[in-house]
Design a protein around this ligand. Structure first.
Ligand code: MTE
Ligand code: MO
Length: 522
């Protein structure tokens, strides 16, 4: 019972903090702020372990872990507070202070954000004191010894009061539980971007109206080799890989968004969405890749991005020639460091993107605006929910993943993947169809070769190239006899470089090695 009181107090605190944060700044929700602090402060090996062990499920795993810790704390606190409420109150206060500290330490919270963890602390203490008193009262009424059959004053009290007090306790507990559920749900709804639906729909309409009347980039049928196991050329938004450290998706309505370009520039610029949409919009098909993608992995996807050219914007601001780095900052404080020269490179096509596959960016992919730079891994270029570009130097400032041991510069490595046959497939002997994708942004794929069991490399047939910044589909046929076979593939880019077979982990600047699948032929 005492543990339940503690737990309810903690849950009520978290829920009320979440509600207040939903109204003010979502990142100030104490529960998520603690989660973010854990992510930020974790030593690099822990982060690497979490990413490799849980992959993209690392966020739910982290939050569940915090939940389990809180449950354990509640049980301990409850046991300590069976008679007197004080030890339980102390626990709630300590947890509350941790919440306040986490919010204070968060990178993107304004002072008003402190309201959320402070309210959480006060609600937690109030619930703990209130429920504890009622629990003690209810427990005192429970028959402890042999039934007392002496007549006397208070007899009637003994008959009905215990029932009433236990009812009061149960009622109060239920009220706290339901209230927490409602408050937490409302906070999550306010924060999660469900409130963004209108803003997204409006931006989608504006993009449709603003789109240049000529035909946008198209994907000819000959750009794919449809078949079992192969992926579509353009990845639907729902299937586009997602990587970020945001425990909650920042909710930034397009109307409230602005981008500040500052630092080593001649003229500081601040652009609203109206300013942005007044500029020429371009559409570009780009394959994005994550540095953490393991060989054969799926952290690579392709979309039609709509946006504004980044280079002219920077030129308008007047970039200091010494400013070799652009540090872009997201609404939630995450940062990326991009070489200025790459963004300004003629023909590179770096974008401030607002649309993805014919709609406004989905909330998880950076609504209302993000950066996309063809040829660079996401962690050094693809800032979602971007609100700030600071022209600086690599010597002056270091961004999020560089601080955690990843490379300063991270061009995408030429790579390929075997999509068919699937690993451990059982196949009939004879000619076997092998197929997949290859990418080498920003130069494009020149060739793909496949082989079985260290045999000779066989050139694959390449599908029509959509552009140097997109992946390219390939297929080949191999003649396989009965037994197990290891199939491998390797790509060569338009610089003439063939990807190395030397296996390397993603850390610090991207995995290398040839993808391989093991199949059994009968
Ligand atoms: N704000 C923010 N932007 C971010 C990240 C992040 O953690 N926070 N992760 C980057 C990384 S590592 C990658 S690979 C891409 C992934 O973009 P996507 O989720 O739209 O596929 O976003 C980049 N932009
Ligand atoms: Mo990434």
């Amino acid at each position: 019972m005492a543990a339940a009181v503690e737990m309810l107090a903690i849950v009520a605190a978290i829920a009320s903090g979440h509600l207040v944060a939903g109204f003010l700044t979502p990142t100030s929700s104490p529960f998520f702020a603690v989660g973010d602090a854990v992510v930020r402060l974790s030593p690099r090996p822990v982060v690497e372990f979490a990413k490799s062990a849980f992959g993209t499920a690392d966020k739910p795993v982290l939050l569940a872990g915090i939940g389990v810790l809180l449950l354990a704390a509640a049980v301990a606190g409850g046991l300590a507070a069976r008679r007197r409420p004080a030890p339980g109150t102390v626990l709630v206060v300590v947890l509350g202070v941790v919440g306040v500290a986490a919010v204070l330490g968060a990178p993107a919270v304004r002072p008003a954000g402190l309201a959320a963890p402070v309210v959480a602390l006060l609600v937690g203490v109030a619930v703990q004191r209130g429920l504890h008193r009622r629990a003690v009262e209810a427990a005192a009424d429970r028959p402890t010894g042999p039934p007392d059959d002496r007549d006397g004053p208070g007899e009637e009290d003994r008959d009905t009061a215990p029932v009433r007090r236990r009812t009061v306790l149960a009622g109060a507990s239920a009220a706290v539980a339901v209230g927490s559920l409602v408050a937490g749900g409302a906070g999550a709804a306010l924060a999660s971007g469900r409130g963004l639906a209108d803003s997204r729909a409006a931006l989608t309409r504006r993009l449709a109206a603003a789109r240049p009347s000529g035909p946008g980039p198209t994907v000819p049928a000959s750009a794919t080799f449809p078949g079992p196991g192969t992926v579509p050329f353009v990845t639907p938004n729902a299937d586009f890989y997602r990587i970020d450290v945001a425990l909650q998706v920042p909710a930034v309505p397009a109307e409230d968004w602005s981008l500040r370009i500052h630092g080593r520039v001649a003229r500081e610029l601040t652009l609203t969405m109206d300013d942005l949409l007044a500029r020429p919009l371009v559409e570009r098909i780009i394959t994005m890749t994550c540095v953490s993608n393991p060989i054969g992995g799926h952290l690579v996807s392709t979309a039609v991005f709509t946006g504004v050219e980044l280079a002219p914007l920077l030129r308008e601001a007047g970039v200091d020639p010494g400013a070799d780095q652009i540090v872009s900052t997201s609404r939630d404080g995450w940062t990326a460091g991009t070489p200025t020269a790459t963004v300004l490179e003629p023909g590179r096509g770096a974008l401030l993107a607002v649309g993805m596959n014919g709609e406004a960016l989905p909330a998880e992919h950076g609504f209302p605006a993000r950066m996309v730079v063809p040829g660079l891994y996401g962690y050094v270029s693809a800032t979602k929910w971007v609100t700030e570009l600071e022209l600086t130097t690599f010597a002056e400032r270091s961004a999020y993943w560089r601080d955690r041991g990843w490379a300063v510069r991270a061009p995408i490595k030429t790579q390929c993947r075997i999509d068919a046959p699937a690993g451990f497939a059982r196949l009939a002997a004879g000619r076997v169809q092998v197929g997949g994708v290859a990418w080498a942004q920003p130069v494009g794929v020149a060739a793909v070769e496949v082989r079985a069991d260290d045999g000779p490399w066989v050139p694959a047939e390449l599908a029509t190239e959509v552009g140097p910044d997109t992946w390219r589909m390939w297929r080949a046929e191999l003649d396989l006899g009965p037994g197990s076979h290891t199939l491998q593939a390797r790509a060569t880019d338009r610089r003439g470089d063939t990807q190395t077979g030397q296996r390397a982990d993603p850390v610090p600047d991207g995995a290398t090695g040839w993808p391989s699948v093991l199949v059994t032929v009968t």
